[in-house]
Design a protein around this ligand. Structure first.
Ligand code: BEZ
Length: 219
């Protein structure tokens, strides 16, 4: 016993995928923008997302939306990183096809993971699926490399990129102001307070002591 708190698990394998509060599994991989070591992104927020397959309609719609929102993610200090089990040549061909067909440049790196090592570490493979394609996984990682939000969608349903942006902004607000965000919260909207912890606080807060709104702080 050292008396020190236990180190955060660097967690993650296909038997035991990482959970909220775990350190995001580290890796080095080839991407459409060169080699990437995930831990080098510490100091930035990161939205790591997997997609089932290149050259598919739902994934193409998501990539176009990610590209359109890329400046908004950059403004809040959040890096976008895509991943699928497809090869780098496939990723490069798909991004080039998106550019030539739709005039949209994909400005973030897309990781190749043909060995599925990264997908396994993050639990991005669906055991019940007929193929080894990754699910639509999203991992929001904070500036210390801690996983703060996880979201999984099936291959058949495209994600809302606006919603993912909202989640990162909500996490940043929670960290900055020590508050919580209510249902459907939008940046600048009222936040909620963590509940009172003493009888005096309950009494002075009034009958709705368990549900108190507060005006958002001006940035
Ligand atoms: C898609 O459209 O993104 C998709 C379609 C079938 C399987 C996987 C992905």
């Amino acid at each position: 016993m050292t008396g020190l708190p236990p180190a955060l698990p660097a967690g993650g394998n296909d038997m035991c995928p990482p959970k909220l509060g775990d350190i995001a599994p580290d890796f080095t991989a080839r991407t459409t923008q060169g080699s990437l070591t995930f831990s080098d992104l510490r100091g930035s927020w990161v939205l790591l997302f997997s997609h089932p397959a290149d050259f598919t309609p739902v994934c193409t719609s998501e990539f176009i939306a990610f590209a359109r929102h890329a400046d908004a993610f950059a403004e809040i200090g959040c890096e976008l990183v895509g991943l699928s089990i497809d090869s780098l040549p496939s990723h490069l061909a798909w991004l080039e096809a998106i550019r030539s067909c739709f005039g949209i440049n994909i400005p973030f790196p897309v990781i190749e993971d043909p060995s599925m090592v990264i997908a396994r570490a993050y639990g991005m493979l669906d055991e019940n699926a007929e193929s080894s394609a990754t699910i639509r996984g999203v991992y929001v990682v904070d500036t210390d490399g801690v996983i703060r939000a996880i979201n999984w969608y099936p291959a058949s349903i495209g994600r809302s990129i606006e919603e993912l942006l909202r989640v990162v902004k909500a996490l940043q607000t929670v960290d900055r102001d020590g508050v919580m965000t209510p249902e459907g919260w939008q940046p600048g909207g009222d936040v909620v307070l963590t509940g009172p912890v003493t009888q005096d606080e309950v009494t002075s807060a009034g009958p709705a002591w368990f549900f108190q709104y507060k005006q958002a702080k001006k940035k």
